[in-house]
Design a protein around this ligand. Sequence first.
Ligand SMILES: C[S@@+](CC[C@H](N)C(=O)[O-])C[C@H]1O[C@@H](n2cnc3c(N)ncnc32)[C@H](O)[C@@H]1O
Length: 363
Amino acid sequence: MSTETATPVTPAPVWDVINGFTSYWALSAALDLGLFDALAQDDDSGTGLDASQLAAAIGAAGPGPVSVLAETLVALDLLAAVEDRFRLTPAAERYLVSTAPASMAALVRYSPGPPGAWPGLADTVRTGAPEPTVTAALTELYPALVRATGPTQAGVATAVAAELQRRGWWPEQPTIVDLGCGSGAWLTALLRTRPKGTVIAVDLPNVLPIAEQAATDAGLREQVIAVAGDYLGVELPVAEADVVVLAHVLRAEPAERARQLLARAVELAGAGGVVVVVDYTRPDPARARHDGDGEDRGAACIAARHELLLSLTMLASTAGLGVTVADLRAWAEAAGAELVDSFEPVPRQHVRLIRSRTPEATS
Ligand SMILES: C[S@@+](CC[C@H](N)C(=O)[O-])C[C@H]1O[C@@H](n2cnc3c(N)ncnc32)[C@H](O)[C@@H]1O
């Protein structure tokens, strides 16, 4: 019911969502056209390119369509406009130029998962799981997806090695188990700090060769034992490890499989090892239910917008519901371990350290 003095309710949140779709495709088109790379090549002069020059550089029909696209990117804070010229913003220079070390250019394409997952999201919510064809499409997409996330994960892994060293949890010749090793970014970064260590690298058969190649390229192939199969059930050549890595895998699994996977990792870490979990955790609904001491659920959701959208991305293409910190605590506890610490070495990359509750771990 509205009154004369009530603030008008604006449709802005709805437009923001509609425009989110359009913005995504504006950025995708710019990447497909090599627009950011073309502007990066003009860096020498530093003055940028006008619409005609930009059109010529990217093979566009003329300045008209390029202006609409480039001005939209300016509005999205992904380009700067100075007089009649377009230039890269610092964020575009760092994250959207394909050759930049921290480039997210490929991630823009692959991060949303298989495109076919999204039109079926309502059905996935109805039934609890996407169509098998969607899950199969994700498996096919994994090689490209893990390659795209490799640079970020290498940075996280390097920071984790430094943290383990600081804590005295990083032996000279560690045995490491990397469950869902993806691009091999983790294992190469970890082995670079411990070239005499050994990594048991586990992944699906269509992805594992990427990690093996990364190890070969880094001159570390002899240190890696590659195991193809389901990380939950596949037989491993070791019973214990100093470090077990679960990076960006738990949220893609249904809760029971995620619990079992963490239990497997805890068992492998034994009394003296550490399980390293990296994931985008969504807010814990149970915490918000307790009046008084719980966080406000709305505020928690707004603060975790990024993590929630990534959890939804998983739901759209797997039966995974994402993971909460409370899940991690409960699963760790059920396996005889505890969440001992967490830190964020790279923005939005939350690392959780889980260790056994036995005396050896706490001494
Ligand atoms: C989001 S990627 C994370 C890769 C890597 N841990 C990282 O952080 O860069 C998830 C990885 O888990 C792998 N994976 C998914 N299901 C798996 C399964 N059942 N068994 C083994 N690996 C699996 C995928 O192939 C993919 O490499």
